[in-house]
Design a protein around this ligand. Structure first.
Ligand SMILES: [Zn+2]
Length: 323
């Protein structure tokens, strides 16, 4: 049996039941007044043709709150609200995005799922929003490996700047990876110490060992940490000879997945949306198999993130047709 045979990928009723179990693990919650009880189903047999519903359209997952008398489904107050995409197709999009290590393009979603390209583009951006974590706990502290690697890379091309030698025409990305743990990536304006050091300080516990390459912006700037290990990339040293635990190979490995995905799958990405692609790659890395999270659990984790987030931009805001 294929994983795609599961009923929630095909049947709308099953898709609602599945999403409810994910976003309401302890039973339904009224999104209007927060009530946890006196919530009644209105779907199925009750929605037969009536004055209010003359065509007898079945509204899956529809509920009514006995406290505020308002109606809702589990889509209300999530990134799925005000989307016309059937819920079972949302499950297909989420599964494809969460099970493909380098992502899946909107063109491919458009062809495979038989939805319009615009719809596929919006659906994937809404799911990227769901994947955004906003984690604030310091990295590399107690209970972790205690080692965090920091490095930056360049991707894409800035609008209106010609391709040139060096990196001035590209977008800079700073990533912090806890060995054996999670990654946090940020799109940064530049690589100056005044830009990147505060980000490092805001995200890494002082008791951590921090590893960087010999980039000048970090020189003497990370002395407050338990250790600032430096690997001398400009001398082609990739693991410190003095201490083999000093290297940035973990963050380099993360960049290699990110770049292969961005170049191979997404190809173009405007600056405005770069943070969303970073959220997607960070999310998959932080819910990777090596941490015991497999495809289905990863998809459910992404879907738990749909709550309380909205995307407000419209089709006309799409500055360039990408991915
Ligand atoms: Zn209510």
């Amino acid at each position: 049996m294929s994983v795609l045979d599961a009923p929630h990928f095909h049947d709308e009723e099953a898709a609602f039941a599945k999403l409810e179990s994910i976003v309401w693990p302890n039973g339904p919650v009224c999104p209007h007044c927060g009530a946890l009880d006196r919530i009644y189903p209105l779907n199925g047999v009750r929605s037969k043709a009536s004055k209010k519903n003359p065509e007898g359209i079945v509204r899956h997952g529809l509920k009514k709150c006995g406290h505020c008398r308002k109606q809702f489904t589990c889509r209300v107050g999530t990134v799925f609200e005000s989307s016309h995409l059937p819920l079972h197709k949302w499950f297909q999009v989420a599964h494809l995005m969460c099970s493909s290590k380098k992502g899946v393009s909107s063109h491919q979603l458009h062809r495979n799922l038989q939805v319009s390209y615009e719809c596929a583009w919006f659906a994937s951006h809404r799911l990227r929003e769901a994947m955004r974590s906003g984690a604030l706990a310091p990295m590399g502290g107690a209970g972790s490996s205690g080692v965090t690697e920091v490095d930056s890379t360049y991707i894409g091309r800035k609008k209106g700047i010609a391709k040139q030698r060096g990196t001035a025409h590209k977008h800079a990305v700073l990533s912090l990876v806890e060995r054996g743990g999670e990654v946090r990536s940020v799109h940064v304006e530049n690589e100056k110490a005044s830009t990147v050091v505060p980000i490092v300080n805001a995200n890494i516990a002082r008791e951590a060992r921090v590893m960087t390459d010999d980039a000048l912006q970090f020189e003497n700037k990370l002395d407050d940490y338990a250790e600032h290990g430096v690997v001398n990339h400009s001398a082609k040293e990739y693991v410190s000879r003095a201490d083999p635990t000093v290297h940035t190979n973990t963050v380099e490995g993360y960049f290699s997945i990110f770049k292969r995905g961005m170049k191979g799958v997404y190809q173009h990405c405007s600056e405005k949306h770069l943070h969303r692609y970073l959220a997607e790659f960070d999310f998959r890395y932080n819910a990777r198999s090596a941490l015991g999270v497999e495809d289905e659990a990863r998809t459910e984790k992404a879907l738990r993130g749909i709550k309380g987030k909205r995307l407000t931009y419209r089709v006309t805001d799409r500055s360039e047709p990408s991915a």
